[in-house]
Design a protein around this ligand. Structure first.
Ligand SMILES: *Cc1c(COP(=O)(O)O)cnc(C)c1O
Length: 228
């Protein structure tokens, strides 16, 4: 598995997708998703030019961050157990997965104690699948209103995970739906809420997500190979 080669290929595909949809490739940031990936491989990816890593599990991330260090941005894309929320605030520069008032309030409390302001995204269950995390689209405005008074969280945008499809084109309607939801919510001008970021697109569908407005793509397998 040649991580450097994979990364170049992904970066070029990001660039092409941006250009073909009339966007500046510099607007799109790559989050290299490193869950289950060894520190050795992560170092290789950093050497090859990765600047943001995405992790799903606090304990796993904690070990890796201790070992690899913080010269890099670490983003949290998973769902913390309540008793681990405080670590999320210590470890990560952005949290992509805020999907309830209670999680938001816990993060806010932990950040406040540490005198930090944590950038967060609201995860939306845009497909309505029961197994998926994320808040329902209809409840998102209410969550944003609650978030607007949590001074230690800085809301930057929305995140979603569409259902898995063989064909990436099938994910397009879900990416469009998230972008439209973002546009609608932006028009409400909720105090302290800025929805510039759209975190959407994974190994199988990141080009389609970019065509529909993604600013953060979360790519694991296409960089690191299949997870063991
Ligand atoms: C694992 C994971 C990814 C990366 O998935 P790949 O298909 O390996 O690119 C992206 N986002 C989330 C939330 C994940 O859990």
């Amino acid at each position: 598995m040649d991580i450097s080669k994979n990364l170049s290929a992904v970066t070029e595909r990001i660039r092409q997708a941006a250009l073909r949809s009339g966007r500046n490739p510099g607007e799109i940031r790559l989050v290299a998703v490193s869950k289950t990936v060894s520190p050795e491989k992560i170092r290789e990816a950093i050497k090859a030019g990765v600047t943001i890593l995405g992790e799903n599990y606090i304990q796993e991330a904690r070990k890796k961050i201790e070992e690899i260090g913080g010269a890099i941005e670490w983003h949290f894309i998973g769902h913390p157990q309540s008793n681990k929320v405080k670590y999320a605030v210590d470890l990560f520069t952005m949290i992509h997965s805020v999907d309830s008032v209670s999680l938001a309030a816990e993060l806010n409390r932990a950040a406040e104690k540490r005198n930090k302001i944590i950038p967060v995204l609201v995860q939306v269950n845009i497909s309505g699948e029961e197994t998926k995390s994320g808040i329902n689209p209809e409840e998102t405005a209410r969550l944003l209103t609650e978030l607007s008074s949590m001074d230690s969280l800085s809301v930057r945008g929305l995140m979603t995970m569409p259902p898995w499809f063989e064909n990436a084109e099938d994910a397009r309607p879900y990416f469009i739906a998230l972008r439209k939801l973002r546009d609608e919510l932006s028009e409400r001008h909720i105090k302290n809420i800025s929805l510039t970021e759209l975190s959407m697109g994974m190994s199988g569908d990141f080009e389609v997500a970019i065509e529909e407005g993604a600013t953060l793509v979360r790519v694991g397998t296409a960089i690191f190979g299949p997870r063991g």
